[in-house]
Design a protein around this ligand. Structure first.
Ligand code: GLN
Length: 484
């Protein structure tokens, strides 16, 4: 059952082979049986899931039911969910019951999907390994001694282990694509502005974007269809019609121009990962695509620029957690200053504090021009590199991450080496482009991701390119045996 695609499940629900209540119970049972080993969920909402499934079954009977009706999914615990704890992986919000639904959550509810629960994540989405969560690390279903990637590691592990059909993630610098790569699933970060950020707890507002994490490109198309669209409550959401993401998904790739940035295949990339990525690119050649080398000359500046821009925005966004209005409040504060200091000191973990400190420093008088302004200027150049590249090619391909999943604890004390695991994903956020990761040939049983980057609002093209590889190969069908 848990190997079926959304299209197959939708057909099974319509033919009466099973009901959404049965399907939902099946996934709840799997969560009950397996999640102790993975720690991929922070909250399981079994009762409300079964109630939603009942409603979905009635809707299916009435005939007026979109494709996701009755499909059990999970949401990253960064999306506000009305009446359900929304922790953002932090002690700060451990007691926070959101009073409203995020834009993405309303859309997914309207589409009839059934929420099984909220998935674990790096605290405030800061991390690449899911080790910074207040709720403990998530484990990779392919080898539970390894990290699942981050920050949407709970969603990635849950999808890979078949604890839900699909999940939502968010990606500020790679947090959908990198865990998708490390867990062997498909992840899509849409164009900045394609999906509403309303009610998605802000990390770095000019970079954050929500998107789907699924087992295939076709499932991602179904999810994005429900998630995308204008929301006037997010001032950066773009008012542009949402295309039918399934319509052209089978289109032939003859003549597709693929650019391989030479900077993505240099030092730091594991030779085995490179070989898997090249195998996939050969498969595209066989489909009639033309492959050319391109250059993105500012690639090595993306990580340093990001680690000025993202902490600067985070230091401002996280100022709202003051122990007064919501979230953690320290015991018996002496005065207002003590309340602020101890509430924030106790509520935030080490990585979040590190980012707030860096960001506050970068924004302070006297340093603003040297750091933030400079970073914004280079950010423009990084966007220009992509604009130039897209004059020559239709899509850009390369590895999603430089290595396969690493051991839990391996990089925990070395933030810079951790930051470098997003070296190929971060520039895409700085430019606001859509990017996708799909599984290719594993290395020693560990998943590897191929990254596909498109021009603005070219999600349909990415889905088409990804789907064609998934029609021609079966890398995306590999499942971790321990969770079958
Ligand atoms: N790993 C990056 C960071 O730690 C990106 C995180 C993200 O995309 N949310 O900031």
């Amino acid at each position: 059952m848990q190997d079926k695609s959304i299209s197959d499940l939708a057909a099974g629900l319509r033919s009466g082979e099973y009901t959404s209540v049965e399907l939902t119970q099946h996934y709840l049972d799997r969560i009950g049986r397996y999640d102790e080993r993975l720690n991929s969920f922070v909250t399981v909402t079994g009762e409300s899931a079964l109630a939603a499934a009942k409603v979905a079954d009635a809707r299916l009977k009435s005939g007026d039911a979109p494709a996701l009706t009755g499909i059990p999914i999970a949401n990253k615990d960064i999306f506000c969910t009305d009446g359900v704890r929304t922790s953002c992986g932090s002690r700060m919000l451990d007691n926070f019951i959101a009073p409203y639904d995020a834009g993405v959550i309303s859309r997914l509810k309207d589409s009839g999907s059934v929420m099984l629960g909220k998935t674990n994540m790096d605290e405030f989405a800061m991390g690449s390994s899911n080790e910074t969560s207040f709720y403990g690390p998530v484990r990779n279903p392919w080898d539970t001694g390894l990290v699942p990637g981050g920050s949407s590691g709970g969603s990635a592990a849950a999808v890979a282990a078949g604890l839900c059909v699909a999940a939502t993630g968010t990606d500020t610098g790679g947090s959908i694509r990198q865990p998708a790569a490390l867990c062997g699933i498909t992840g899509l970060k849409p164009t900045y502005g394609r999906v509403s950020r309303f009610g998605m707890i802000a990390f770095a507002s000019s970079l954050d974007q929500g998107g789907p994490m699924t087992r295939s490109a076709e499932d991602a198309a179904h999810m994005l269809q429900a998630m995308a669209g204008f929301d006037q409550r997010d001032s950066t959401c773009v008012d542009q019609p949402v295309p039918d993401y399934l319509a052209g998904i089978d289109a032939d790739l003859k003549g597709l121009k693929i650019g391989l940035p030479k900077e993505y295949f240099g030092e730091g990339l594991s030779a085995e990962v490179a070989a898997s990525v090249e195998d996939a690119i050969d498969a595209y050649r066989d489909m009639g695509a033309e492959v050319v080398e391109i250059s993105l000359p500012n690639t090595d500046l993306a990580v340093p620029v990001y680690y000025v821009v993202a902490p600067a925005e985070c230091s401002s966004n996280l100022a709202r957690f003051d122990g007064v209005r919501f979230g953690h409040r320290c015991e018996n504060p002496r005065d207002l200053e003590d309340l602020y200091k101890r509430s924030r000191g106790e509520g935030f973990g080490a990585e979040v504090k590190r980012r707030i400190l860096i960001g506050t420093y970068a924004l302070s008088a006297g340093y603003y021009d040297a750091y933030y302004l400079k970073a914004q200027q280079i950010r423009h150049q990084i966007s220009d590199d992509f604009a130039q590249a897209f004059q020559q090619v239709d899509v850009i391909m390369g590895p999603t991450a430089p290595t396969t999943a690493f051991a839990i604890g391996e990089k925990a004390d070395d933030p810079v080496s951790m930051y470098l695991s997003d070296i190929y994903t971060i520039a895409v956020n700085l430019a606001g482009l859509p990017g996708m990761s799909i599984p290719v040939k594993p290395v020693d049983g560990k998943p590897v991701g191929l990254q596909i980057i498109g021009n603005y609002f070219q999600e349909s093209k990415l889905l088409n390119v990804a789907h064609r590889l998934q029609m021609a190969t079966d890398w995306h069908q590999a499942r971790p045996e321990a969770f079958s």
